[in-house]
Design a protein around this ligand. Structure first.
Ligand code: PEP
Length: 257
């Protein structure tokens, strides 16, 4: 059975005291009490706070710490970069790969993203792989083909066993950080489409066990209606994950689905 997952993407926000305060607010909220083996809560902090977040959360069984990126090579002369194996060595369990901001600002193309995914899997990190279309593609009504190509070039290159370890996040770029959430129908349409593509490629069992998260201005007000959709298994949350109370509301709305 697939898991309900809510993941926080803090991006490049919070200084050190603020980051620790936010982690502690999450740990002392209702989240640990209300989550079970059917749930995962993933917090993607800046690299700087990962080790401390891992240590603080180690007694909380459904809470996982993620990096927001990793390098596509295993180690070496890549000044300023962080490798998957380094993340594994400090207890990080997940890594976001292919976020639209990384694609847009750091020129991360599908070929490089596939290498990152392979690095992550080789070092026992679960990739949280993002896909999603820009506004002009949505307006041209070619978003399904666009997403199909993103998946075909990346996670669909994996063997079934490796693919079974992937979490997918559908994040329409026009909805990220804009306050313009996809409608429930728009999101469900794409999630069902992605699940159908997974079924065609890897079979029903794998498709039914793959968690597909929605991301893009998901907040404490709209989360429960999104998460109630058949193919939406939770969310990847940016802005609203920086406010402890809002993040708690979002996570708790996913535990009642
Ligand atoms: C994101 O960046 O992954 C995201 C979903 O951001 P926001 O929730 O702020 O739109």
């Amino acid at each position: 059975m697939r898991k309900n997952i809510v993941a926080a993407n803090w991006k490049m926000n919070k200084n050190h005291p603020e980051a620790i305060e936010l982690i502690q607010s999450i740990l002392f909220s209702q989240i640990p009490k209300k989550t079970s083996t059917f749930h995962q809560v993933i917090i993607a902090t800046p690299y700087l706070y990962l080790r401390e977040a891992v240590l603080l959360s180690q007694d909380f069984p459904h809470l996982y710490i993620a990096a927001q990126n990793c390098h596509h090579q295993s180690m070496g002369a890549y000044t300023g970069e962080i490798a998957a194996q380094q993340l594994e060595s400090i207890g990080v369990t997940h890594v976001i790969i292919g976020h639209s901001e990384r694609r847009a600002y750091f020129n991360e193309i599908d070929e490089v993203l596939l290498q990152k995914i392979k690095q992550a899997l080789q070092h026992h990190l679960i990739p949280l792989f993002c896909c999603g279309e820009p506004l002009e593609i949505r307006e041209a009504n070619t978003h399904l083909e666009y997403i199909q190509t993103q998946l075909a070039n990346t996670v669909f290159q994996l063997n079934p066993k490796d693919f079974s370890n992937i979490i997918i996040a559908y994040e329409p770029i026009w909805a990220i950080g804009t306050g313009q959430t996809a409608t429930v129908a728009q999101a469900q349409e794409v999630h069902a489409f992605i699940r159908k593509l997974i079924t065609d490629k890897f079979g029903t069992d794998i498709a039914e066990n793959t968690s597909i998260l929605y991301g893009g201005s998901c907040n404490a007000q709209n989360a429960s209606s999104l998460f109630a959709q058949k193919d939406i298994d939770g969310g990847l949350i940016g802005g609203a994950s920086l406010i402890a109370k809002d993040f708690e509301t979002i996570v708790l709305s996913n535990t009642t689905q």
